[in-house]
Design a protein around this ligand. Structure first.
Ligand code: BGC
Length: 858
């Protein structure tokens, strides 16, 4: 087995590198040290709350009532081990999805399949590769964002996935170099919040569970699990934050996600104020389940689980992928959760709450009405038709891939989103092109396909060829990738049978200069493609450990452009990037006649950019972040070096709410291109702004108390009832809820079992609890969402072609400590030439409020 495992690990170095190697000391399970040191640290950062117990039990509030009724009835029938089986993954590569919980055969309850990613079904074939979140949000178009969610959800459903591991609003995008910002939306919380809500509603309308992640403050990749890529001698980074910033910035879009009904939330790898996110009683119990009234379940990020009892009392509901180190065969939960309930360190009501939450989420999205045959009909571990069901154990050789084509007509939304999510930054009249240019020339590897194929690098972990997806778990295989090179060439052919040449080697300067010279001599056009890539921390690309080392364009693009523009007086620059990039070396060069930011567009990349360049679509995308002149202008930067010995590196969010445009405004710095900026082939004018006040009900604090913690069914206290049944076949390395024998201590496998640890007494309190002032319903106090004002304005298309304008409403909240302005609402409107349309945007109470830490209310 050791040899076999070594061989498998060798085959998966990138994935495995993030987790503890086999043979690390067996960590505490049921009795980890429950003493938190973070309270002092939190106080230092103005955090008014420390630990928070008990873990709120789900009550089935708002539109969750029916789902809760079904869940309670189901859970009431379960034995202790059946309950535990719902809460704990079977271990890494134990079943066919990246995450799998156990089944309940007695009640024909199929094991749940949890699968990435936020932009399509990962690790399979015949799926779509959607535009990344950053391109979706750049459309500022609620309908397109919603439809993308519907289509992604349908593809997961049709592959037999129960929970899609997305969308992302953590990272929010504090750090422009941060590796995973592109998986999510925007560093602006309102824009991110609207995008995440539309995405969730779309996904769940297709009958699968959305998993909003990563909760919370997972703002950089480096040190997320210790030293890069993973070093157990160092603890995970701690994001240290004050209460106001947490509420006004990072928690905001999660409130929208909860209000939109997200079925699941994934807690993150990092610590928050020096306690791990997946056992942080303040963020999980107080913020998420208390204040935001979250009714679904919390799962760990993969390997983000760090204790047995503490995590359970602190609000965790599901351990993923279930084992401590990948394929270690041991778990903080599984049998140890069974033991925890039997020895009284975990109250039955807490386990019951975990199960009710998981089942309620399942019913809430109508999973039982959305099953497909052979689900899951793919294996995350191979694209071969036949293989092992239990991949790591190499057991059950059978058909594991059915190659089901789930793409439907989704390419329509994919292309429309990529088009609408493209931003025209500069245009001196060069665009749109006609197709009749005498010589069209294209430059740069970013225009062409990776020579190893569009899926040639595992999890897109390289930057070869045109960038249509970042790297890491937030990816999907391309069914095809339409490159800009082929699409532009086809367009020129179709329109005029025109001459077309390209140089796709970024360092072939001699050839580039010669071609650029020829293009200029015949009044042709030079289209230069460049990119900047990033991804998840378990893969390093060109020395970038997930997070980028800088904001410059890759492959020395600045030099490439300098060479091209030395000859070509009509150079159109197209950028694909995962986040902000530096354009200062060429943006004002007169030979650069246009600049287009084309985001992270997915499979229809080439068609989308061609639609824009040739005016088949009028650009209407707006930047979801700010493009500055140099990295020091942004409010925060990555922490690249440990700053706390072998203890958790400390990342102090000392800039407060002043990230992205808020810091540019605060310091009076004019960026190259501001947040919300984007040109069109037409012009718009605004007039007649009006503010209408509504008579909303007064803002009240929720009254009354919760019910006492309910329990469902009776748990026998006899450990003999929970040992492995006679003759039971154990799949090697699989995580089970059963005990090895009737002795709890030896079954736990924990050398420190029974040590005298002190657990927080409040964690066992099952009596009725008051509601929090800012709480009371999913998303927080319902009064926060009362509409207080409506703002209208007239928008006129003063040009000669139809176009889309995104009207954006910004406010100053009025305190000296507030940002100069904050975005509060927007609408993307299509307007005919000469036509005037009324823009209308509501402002809610939340939109007009600041967080008041002393009263813990808005
Ligand atoms: C990532 C998650 C992902 C999980 C499962 C983790 O490394 O942080 O976003 O869902 O792996 O693939």
């Amino acid at each position: 087995m050791t040899l076999l495992r070594t061989a498998l690990l060798a085959a998966l170095p990138a994935v495995y590198a993030q987790f503890p190697p086999p043979g690390v000391p067996y960590p505490n399970t049921t009795y980890p040290n429950a003493t938190n040191s973070y309270i002092d640290y939190a106080a230092l950062w103005g955090q008014t709350e420390g630990e928070y117990f008990p873990a709120p039990w789900g009550e089935g509030s708002a539109d969750w009532a029916d789902a809760y009724a079904k869940a309670r009835e189901f859970v009431s029938q379960l034995t202790l081990v059946e309950k535990v089986n719902l809460t704990t993954g079977v271990g890494w590569e134990g079943e066919k999805c990246v995450g799998n919980i156990g089944s309940i055969p007695r009640l024909a309850f199929k094991a749940l399949c949890l699968e990435d990613s936020p932009l399509g079904v990962r690790d399979t074939d015949f799926n779509s590769a959607f535009p990344a979140g950053v391109t979706a949000v750049t459309t500022w178009d609620r309908n397109l964002i919603y439809q993308r969610g519907v289509d992604m959800g349908a593809e997961h459903r049709d592959k037999g996935v129960d929970a899609q591991l997305g969308p992302v609003v953590g990272p929010l995008g504090r750090i422009p170099e941060g590796g995973r910002g592109w998986e999510g939306f925007s560093p602006d919380p309102v824009l991110a919040g609207i995008a995440v809500a539309e995405t969730i509603k779309g996904m769940q309308s297709s009958g699968i569970m959305a998993t909003t992640k990563h909760f919370i403050l997972n703002e950089q990749e480096i040190f997320r699990q210790g030293a890069p890529p993973a070093n157990l001698s160092l603890n995970s980074i701690s994001s240290n934050i004050d209460d106001v910033t947490l509420h006004e910035l990072y928690l905001w879009p999660f409130a929208d996600a909860v209000r939109a009904g997200t079925a699941a939330i994934m807690c993150s790898y990092n610590k928050i104020n020096n306690e791990y996110a997946c056992q942080n009683s303040y963020t999980l119990n107080h913020l998420l389940k208390g204040e935001l009234g979250f009714q679904g379940f919390v799962m760990t990020d993969w390997g983000g689980h760090h204790s047995g009892v503490t995590a359970a009392l602190s609000g965790l509901d599901m351990s993923m992928p279930g084992d401590i180190g990948f394929d270690s065969g041991n778990s903080f939960w599984g049998a140890n959760l069974t033991i925890g309930v039997l020895n009284g360190t975990i109250p039955q009501w807490r386990l019951d709450d975990m199960c009710v939450r998981i089942l309620a989420a399942y019913y809430y999205v109508d999973r039982e009405g959305n099953q497909v045959p052979d689900a899951p009909n793919f294996s995350a571990w191979t694209l071969d038709t036949f293989g092992y069901e239990h991949w790591v154990a190499q057991e059950n050789y059978e058909q594991i891939n059915y190659h089901v084509d789930v793409r439907g007509n989704h390419r329509d939304n994919i292309r429309a989103t990529a088009v609408a999510g493209t931003v025209l930054l500069k245009n001196n009249g060069a665009l749109p092109l006609t197709g009749y240019e005498k010589l069209t020339t294209v430059f740069g590897y970013d225009s062409a396909e990776n020579p190893w194929g569009p899926n040639g690098c595992s999890d897109r972990g390289c930057d070869n060829g045109t960038l249509a997806m970042g790297w890491g778990s937030g990816t999907a295989n391309f069914p095809y990738l339409i490159t800009p090179l082929e699409a532009i060439k086809a367009e020129v052919q179709a329109v005029s049978n025109g001459a077309f040449e390209s140089v796709t080697d970024d360092y072939a300067y001699t050839q580039m200069v010669a071609l650029a010279r020829r293009a200029t001599q015949v009044n042709g056009v030079c289209i230069a493609f460049g990119n900047s890539d990033s991804g998840e921390g378990y893969i390093a690309v060109d020395g970038n450990l997930g997070d980028r080392n800088n904001l410059t364009l890759w492959n020395n693009f600045d030099q490439m452009i300098a060479n091209i523009t030395s000859e070509c007086n009509n150079t159109v620059v197209v950028i694909h990037s995962t986040g902000p990039v530096l354009l200062d070396s060429f943006y004002d060069n007169p030979n650069v006649t246009a600049i287009v930011w084309a985001g992270i567009p997915g499979e229809q990349s080439g068609n989308a950019i061609t639609d824009i360049l040739y005016g088949k679509a009028n650009p209407g995308g707006k930047l979801p972040f700010t493009l500055g002149q140099y990295r020091g202008q942004y409010g925060a930067d990555d922490l690249y070096l440990p700053n706390n010995g072998l203890e958790s590196p400390q990342s102090d969010f000392a800039e407060g709410v002043f990230i992205d445009y808020r810091v540019f405004d605060k310091l009076g710095v004019t960026p190259l291109y501001e947040f919300g900026f984007g040109l069109s082939y037409t012009n718009f004018s605004f007039s007649n702004i009006q503010i209408q006040k509504h008579s909303a009900p007064a803002y009240t604090t929720p009254t009354g108390m919760t019910s006492p913690a309910p329990t469902y069914g009776v748990v026998s206290n006899n450990s003999a009832d929970y040992v492995f049944p006679a003759g039971f076949h154990q799949v090697p390395l699989y995580i089970y809820p059963f005990l090895n024998n009737t002795d709890l201590g030896s079954s736990s496998g924990d050398l420190e079992y029974g040590s005298d640890y002190v657990f927080p007494a409040g964690g066992y309190n099952s009596s009725s609890q008051p509601y929090l002032p800012a709480g009371g319903a999913p998303g927080g106090n319902p009064g926060l969402y009362d509409v207080l004002y409506t703002v209208t304005a007239e928008v006129t298309n003063t040009g000669s072609v139809v176009g889309d304008e995104v009207a954006q409403l910004y406010l100053n909240l009025g305190c000296p400590s507030d940002p100069v302005v904050v975005l509060r609402n927007f609408d993307r409107i299509t307007i005919q030439p000469g036509q005037t349309v009324t823009f209308s945007a509501d402002l809610t109470r939340r939109d007009l409020s600041n967080w008041d830490s002393p009263t813990q209310n808005w």
